[in-house]
Design a binder for this molecule. Structure first.
Ligand code: NAD
Ligand code: DAU
Length: 371
């Protein structure tokens, strides 16, 4: 039985991980620590709310004292660190929070773990600090390059990926210098339920419903390796169960798409769904199907992202060989499930779009005065 601190558990992957973990490991304790930045959403954790093994704490991974109190008070033996600023475009327009949370925050979390698990009241007990990182730390590939392996040298290109790279190095150093029991995973692009609609896939789905342009950065030929979020959660589970301390594991989907192809694929799926559901078209009168048009008529090429990495691809040979990791969800089924999820959870994304998702939770907790 494990007792987990899941940081960033109100974000996209963190919330999916909490649901995954409570289902797969019902005897385990799961404490979520999340600052509820713009990307954190309590509605994403609503399914967990009645579970007695689950507790939510609003707070910063950089609040070392709070983390130490939680580790001791809840007798936690595992940290899974999802908490981060995660959007590349935001890191270009405003890098500071990326430095604060991804680097300084992760370092405070490491200090808290060292203080309690190595030097303090829980010294000698088995523990694990798992750090969730990204394939972006390896830089950019050409179409001819082999995929990223764990041995690929780091070459981050955006303030986001540089801040993640820095945190990866700090995690590594706390193992080599102090003996903290760490593992790290570097994963490719995730998609699935609860993803904030600033990211490509949910943005495209919601813009199609509203008849808004589908912005394609540059020539649209940048390549990403897409993985259904549950497969990422399973990969982390395998690392927590069987990963070697101090090791890094790549997790990927073996599923490379150019951006323009994935957007066209989404347009085709949406045309299919809208064509079969007159009620849906009536609810979204701006959607192209309402005027007898195709969704890809909304595609609009826009200025490229500064420093835009051309291609990411993951070589997950090590995870497959050591842990038996393989993605289970096919892209065809995963993307259909994702489209269906967004269509069936309009209240979730409408609240995100109109900004009420934070206010509603604060009002429930503290009453209208403290909003
Ligand atoms: P997200 O932006 O959806 O969620 C991040 C969460 O962290 C939010 O709930 C936010 O409130 C919380 N948070 C931010 N700063 C915090 C702080 N200082 N203290 C506590 N909580 C804080 O991100 P995501 O897409 O779910 O990504 C989760 C992790 O996985 C990140 O570390 C990211 O780098 C990594 N990752 C993401 C992807 C992807 O495709 N989304 C792929 C590989 C790795
Ligand atoms: O590779 C893993 C990374 O994947 C994670 O570490 C990041 O946290 C996550 O945000 C994601 O980064 P990307 O930059 O790849 O994801 P995003 O959804 O922002 O963009 C995917 C691709 O689509 C990228 O090449 C930029 C492009 N794009 C994105 C948006 C939002 C567009 O062409 N138009 C858009 O409007």
């Amino acid at each position: 039985m494990s007792r987990l601190l899941v940081t960033g558990g109100a974000g996209f992957i963190g919330a999916n991980f909490v649901h995954y973990w409570l289902q797969q490991h019902p005897a385990d304790r799961v404490v979520v620590l999340d600052l509820l930045t713009y990307a954190g959403n309590m509605a994403s954790l609503a399914l967990a709310a009645g579970n007695l093994q689950y507790r939510f704490v609003k707070g910063d991974i950089g609040a070392q004292g709070l983390v130490e109190e939680l580790l001791v008070g809840e007798e936690l033996d595992t940290i899974v660190n999802f908490a981060a600023e995660s959007h590349v475009d935001r890191s270009i327009s405003g890098p500071d929070p990326f430095i604060d949370t991804n680097i300084v925050g992760t370092h405070k979390l490491l200090k808290a773990a060292k203080e309690i698990w190595l030097d303090g009241p829980m010294a000698g007990r088995a523990h694990r600090f798992h750090h969730v990182s990204t394939d972006e730390v390896y830089g950019s590939l050409t179409s001819e390059d082999p995929p990223f392996a764990e041995t690929t040298p780091y070459a981050p290109n955006s303030p986001y990926s540089a801040s993640k790279a820095a945190s990866d190095h700090l995690v590594r150093s706390y193992h080599h210098t102090y003996g903290l029991a760490v593992t790290t995973s570097n994963c490719s692009n995730n998609y699935g339920p609860f993803q904030f609609p600033e990211k490509l896939i949910p943005l495209v789905l919601i813009n199609i419903l509203h008849g808004k342009p589908l912005p394609i950065y540059g020539d649209g030929l940048n390549v990403r390796d897409w993985l259904y979020v549950d497969d990422h959660c399973r990969g982390i589970d395998l690392i927590l169960q069987n990963g070697k301390i101090g090791e890094v594991y790549n997790i990927g989907g073996n599923n490379e798409w150019t951006n323009i192809d994935i957007v066209k694929h989404l347009c085709g799926l949406m045309d299919e769904v809208l064509g079969a559901d007159a009620g849906l078209v009536a609810r979204f009168p701006q959607t192209p199907a309402a005027a007898g048009k195709r969704s890809d008529s909304l595609i609009s090429y826009v200025q490229d992202r500064a420093g835009h990495d051309r291609r990411y691809a993951i070589d997950a040979t090590k995870s497959r060989g050591e842990l038996g990791y393989l993605p289970e969800e096919s892209f065809q089924s995963g993307i259909r499930k994702t489209v269906a999820w967004y269509l069936n959870h309009e209240a979730w994304w409408q609240a995100v779009m109109d900004g009420s998702y934070h206010q509603e939770w604060l009002a429930q907790q503290y009453g209208d005065d403290e909003r």
